[in-house]
Design a protein around this ligand. Sequence first.
Ligand SMILES: Cc1ncc(COP(=O)(O)O)c(C=O)c1O
Length: 369
Amino acid sequence: MNNDFSQLAMANFSASFKGQKLTSMHNTNPQPFSQNELEQTIGCSFASLLNDVDLGFAPDEGNLALRQTLSEFHYDGIKAEELMTFAGAQEALFCVYNALLQANDKVLVVAPVYEPLLQIPKNMGCDVNIIELNGCDNWSLDFTQVEDHFKAGTRLFVINYPHNPTGATLSHKELSDLVELCRQYDVWLLSDEVFRGLEHAKQDQLPTVADSYEKGISVGVISKGYAIPGIRVGWMACQNDELCNAVNNVKGYLSVCNSQLDERVASEVLKFPENLTKRNLSLILPNKERITQLTQLLEHEIDIVIPRVGCCVFAQLRDADISTKALAREIAAQTGFLIFPSNLFCTTQKGFRIGFGQKQFSEFVKACV
Ligand SMILES: Cc1ncc(COP(=O)(O)O)c(C=O)c1O
């Protein structure tokens, strides 16, 4: 077997529960929309959208209508030509890494981390360095450490705000300082923005990195921040033509192009980011009030930094001697809810990712305390 693709711990952990009737409480997206709910939210039916769809291959870079929707409703200055669509954010990330990096390139990643953000460049033989966020410090990013790594020759810095799994974000000033720092050291900035749209207050929404920086790459998706994982559409935005062409070339080895049906529906749905966000916040905000009740998992005490964005938290276990994997199994067995242990996020900090965008969150809290 080809060992260049290391096993993904998250997929393996989930697979180990196959066949068990558990309710996921680790999700990073709000409860997905039903078709009915989505039709009401956007004010038109799928049937009307799918009337007379072209069933030939979609353009490799994505349908113009979809890219125009993204440009108009999700970016400030990014043009349709600077956007490309993919089969999810995952494919976009894979293509960007492979287009930009070679073995031994220095890549800087923030942990705890969504595993593929770190594993893809590792699998490519890059020199991957990590900056650990710490719950005791409100998960804030240490700019001194960032600059030290930049001085040592970082080619690409990878960020993900709103952050999975901690729910952290940057202030507007921190983001603009970071862009300046990248400019000063000529570092590419890959910003995984898949949870954009889940800011609890509008003023906490950051500008996109693609809009802010000529070597900035933004990745977005309809599955996470908009809670529609059944439509498989992600995208990338970047002002740099050469990179866009190289990314398109890598995509030619993968999906080549998206489903026309998915792109047609997405091109309409994504015209309503505010309606989608309103519905998502109607699930998130009441559940956010309940987080303070979650002081323990079974008899084990936890600490949680309440986030201003997204719908997941990293609950830190006070007792560092406990196996988080074993405790996740015990919680699953006793409560019927599955949460993800911290070893799935490439960190040594002990805790769990818990999602609070699901309708059953209050039942989870009751079952745990
Ligand atoms: C931070 C982050 N980026 C990218 C993705 C990939 O999203 P998708 O599977 O919709 O492509 C995920 C999925 O969980 C994620 O959490």
